[in-house]
Each structure stands twice: as structure tokens, then as C-alpha cells.
Design a binder for this molecule. Sequence first.
Ligand code: HEC
Ligand code: HEC
Ligand code: HEC
Ligand code: HEC
Length: 410
Amino acid sequence: MNKIIFSLILAVTSINLTFAATGNVEAGKTKAAMCAACHGANGIGASEAFPNLAGQHADYIVKQLKAFKEGTRTDPVMAPMAVGLSDQDMIDVGAYFASLDRSGAVATADSGSGSGSQAAVQAPVVHIANASAGKSLYELGDPSRNIGACIGCHGKEGNSEVLIYPNLAKQHAQYIEKQLHDFKATTRTNFAMNQFAGAMTDEDIADMGAYLADTQAVANVKVKRVAPVAVITEAAIAGEAKAAVCASCHGVGGNSLVTMYPKLAGQNAEYIAKQLQEFKSGARKDPIMAGMVAALSEQDMNELGAYFASQKPTAGNGSASVLGKALYYGGDASRKITACIACHGTTGKGMAKAGFPAVANQSVEYLTAQLTNFKATARDNDRNSMMRNVAKRLKKKDIDALAQFMSSMK
Ligand code: HEC
Ligand code: HEC
Ligand code: HEC
Ligand code: HEC
């Protein structure tokens, strides 16, 4: 599991990696003439097999062209196309395609070589039901299967605002599906995507293709939440006895009544165990907790985690916040704040297997303290600075709003 988390972080921390150079759109247009046979003269792929490039982020296009050239993304058709392109060519071509409009999403006749001049092939009929299921998975992910909410990185309706995450809206279904199958088979590599696609079934992948090909068709469909299943394991039963000593601060069943003591009810087991280990090792510093964990074995920690995870949390003391909600679900691209939803999930339950904590129902005071600690790096036990990178960009006003909102999540 450590390997999974570590690499996930690598994928996530590449958020800030952008290619600084700006391209020349006119020069790019000339250089892109040879691409038109497949990607269309207007950047709309001439068939389902050829991705739309119109309106795609320039940085993403450059990154893919480099990957095709270097062979880290393998495709027999694109490899020879990319091999002749210099860095400057890639930057110019990226700028050109990024400047085109995808909203038409209809291929124009090829003005180029003629060899690939297929007429525009219509997308297959979109089955509304499947697109709705795709939308649900897109917006909510499935924490029980370790599938992240796609919306956290690829943006609302597939329009990503973070340059390193490709736009997926109005992309050919067949192309989307092929990429997800490639990520699943790891013939295309990106750690986050390999994890998520790896957990998707063929049906999920087909649903996702249908959804992304035309997100507007189901714009009014309300996404369904999958009810979490409470699992009472033997470890949880064993943990109950060991948790008695914790109740004086964390409350009975982990529902603390004092806001400075975090609620543990409903917190993810893996996350709790990690915190207990780190209070013991000193990686997370707290004089009270250090004393509490000194005598705990690894098994105790796992059982305590399993027990608290199985408990139902009571409602938090926060109230709705417009700013908090906007930052939680949308982040702030202009300030490079990744949306919290990407890791803490749509309902604030975190992602158990990845070690991402639940934040819903937690007290405002505790959430505020932790965000402030991460910002000041007084808490630095987050792997690869995942939380510190987010928290350092938050102003006090943002922290207050987020703490209220998260606490009010159910
Ligand atoms: C003969 C057809 C063909 C030509 C010509 C062609 N491409 Fe492609 N291109 C493809 C195919 C097929 C894929 C999808 C590969 C895959 O499935 O991974 C692709 C993928 C891409 C991608 C990745 C898109 C994404 O969303 O990840 C980029 C960027 C790209 N091409 C740019 C170009 C550029 C720039 C040119 C011209 C220099 C060009 N292509 C010429 C067929 C072509
Ligand atoms: C943690 C951020 C993150 C999340 C969450 C995420 N992705 Fe991605 N996705 C990426 C990155 C980064 C890439 C580009 C990989 C590369 O550079 O080759 C990508 C690429 C893709 C591509 C290929 C696009 C193209 O034009 O070739 C598809 C399709 C895709 N993601 C679908 C999804 C779906 C469906 C989900 C939800 C189940 C999802 N992603 C969740 C980060 C993410
Ligand atoms: C004397 C009071 C006290 C007792 C008893 C106590 N804790 Fe704590 N615990 C705290 C405080 C205070 C914090 C917050 C530390 C911080 O601010 O970083 C905390 C934090 C935690 C956290 C981190 C929660 C999170 O969301 O990151 C866990 C897990 C935890 N305690 C588990 C336990 C367990 C298990 C026991 C019993 C074996 C226990 N605690 C007993 C006071 C206590
Ligand atoms: C890239 C993934 C990622 C993103 C994005 C992210 N977090 Fe976190 N967050 C984590 C991880 C991982 C931890 C736990 C670190 C550890 O292991 O101690 C955490 C911990 C926290 C905690 C402390 C929870 C506790 O019980 O002590 C809070 C509060 C929090 N995050 C809020 C936020 C907010 C608010 C945002 C958005 C502005 C956000 N996070 C974005 C990964 C993320």
C-alpha cells in the first residue's frame, strides 16, 4: 500500500509542473498541417480513434508529444509523428490547438494530405442511463474501490482548470475508453490514472466514455450517492476494549464532546493507525498523544483504527459556508489550490485505502488547528507534503470557511 500512496502523491504533486514557454499560434498552425489528416483541420479528430485536440491545454499537449517521442507513452501511429518535432515545434503546435474551439466538436474535411481524409464519423448513440452512471462515478468516485473523484482533477464536466490535467469534455467516447483501458493495462502509465482505471470495470469505462462524449446530455441528472456499508470486523471488536482509555478525551465511541479533541468516530482505520504510529515515532508531535500511544503495539493500533472506523459520527458544529464549499469542491486554479474533493472525497469521508482522512463531521476548532499547523509546517507528517502544499496557499479567511464547511458535511 505504501507504494501506491507514494506514487499517488508523485502524480498529485506534479500539479505545479507547467511548461513555462509560450508558443506561437501562427507558427503552430503551419506545423500542424500534417496533423490534420487525423486530428482534423479544426482540431476535432476525424474519427472516434483520433482524439480531439481543439481546446486542450497546451502544456498537456506538449507533455504528451514529448512522451510519444521518448516512448514513455507508446502508440505506433503517434511515435513517428512526434519524433520529428523539436521542443519549439511542440510548444507552437500546443499553443495552436489550445487556441481552437472544441464546442463545435464536428470534424471538418481534411485540408491536408488526403490519406486520412475520413469524413466526420458521428459519435455512437449515447445511452442516457450509461452516461448518468458515468456522471456519478465522475463526480463522486468510489472510495470503497479506491477510485478518486475524477472531477477533483479533470474539473466540472471535464473542463479542467489545472493545466496539467487534460480536458476530457467533448472527447470521443471510443478514445476515452481506449485510454482508460490502456491505463488499466498500464500500457499507458500515470500512477494516479493507473490506480483509478485499474479499479474500473469494463462497464464503468463504457459509462465514462458515454458521459464525457456529451456531458450536457445528462447535465440535469442528479448523481447518486453510494451508501457506505458499515463493516464490523473482528479487529473492530477487539479494538473496542482497548478504546476505553481514549474515551476521556475522544468521547464514547470516538464522538468527542470537547472540540479541541478530534472525533475519531467514522475516521478511516488506516489513517488512524498511521497517526498512532507517528505519535509514537514523533513524526507527528503532540505531548498528550505521545503519552497515550507509548505502550501500544502495531496490532493495538490497527484494532483501534478498525473500531473507531466502525462507529457512526455525530454531526459537526460547523455551518454552511459559500467560500468553504467553493474551495472544497473547486479549489482555486488561479492560486494553485487543488480541490479538497480530489483526496477527501465528495462527502468528506476521505479515501480509506489511500490513507486520506475523513474531514466531515469533525469539529471546526480541530479542523482549523490542523490546517493552521500544516500551513505553518508545525504538522509535517503528510507524505510528500501533500497537505502542506495545499495549506500554505490558504489564507486565514479560507481556513475559517473550509473548517466551517467541512464540519457541516455529513
Ligand atoms: C495518422 C494519424 C495521426 C496523425 C497524422 C497525427 N496523430 Fe496524433 N494521435 C493519433 C492517434 C491514433 C492518437 C491516440 C493514441 C492513443 O490511443 O494513445 C493520437 C494522439 C495524439 C495526442 C494525445 C492526445 C491526448 O488527449 O492525450 C496528441 C497531443 C497528438 N496526437 C498530437 C498530434 C500532432 C501535434 C500531430 C501532428 C504533428 C499528430 N498528432 C498527428 C493519430 C494521429
Ligand atoms: C489525482 C488527479 C486525477 C484524478 C482524480 C483523475 N485523473 Fe485522469 N488524468 C490525470 C492526469 C495527470 C492525466 C494525464 C496523464 C498523462 O500525462 O499522460 C490524466 C489523464 C486521463 C485521461 C486521458 C486523457 C487524454 O486526453 O488522453 C482520461 C480519459 C482520464 N484521465 C480519465 C479519468 C477518469 C475517468 C477519472 C475518474 C475515475 C480520472 N481521470 C481521475 C489525473 C487524474
Ligand atoms: C488526555 C486526552 C487524550 C486521550 C486520553 C487520548 N487522546 Fe487522542 N488526541 C488528543 C489530542 C489533544 C489530539 C489532537 C492532537 C493534535 O492537535 O495534533 C488527539 C489526536 C488523536 C488522533 C489524531 C486524529 C486525527 O484526526 O488526526 C488519534 C488517531 C487519536 N488521538 C487516538 C487516540 C486513541 C486511540 C486514544 C486511546 C488509546 C487516545 N487518542 C487518547 C487527546 C487525547
Ligand atoms: C493531494 C491530496 C490532498 C488534497 C488535495 C487535500 N488533502 Fe487534506 N489531507 C491529505 C492527507 C494525505 C492528509 C493526512 C496526512 C497524514 O497522513 O497525516 C490530509 C489531512 C487533512 C486534514 C487533517 C485531518 C485530521 O483529522 O487531522 C485536514 C483538516 C485537511 N486535510 C483538509 C484539507 C482541505 C481543506 C483541502 C483543500 C483545500 C485538502 N485537505 C486537500 C491529502 C489531501
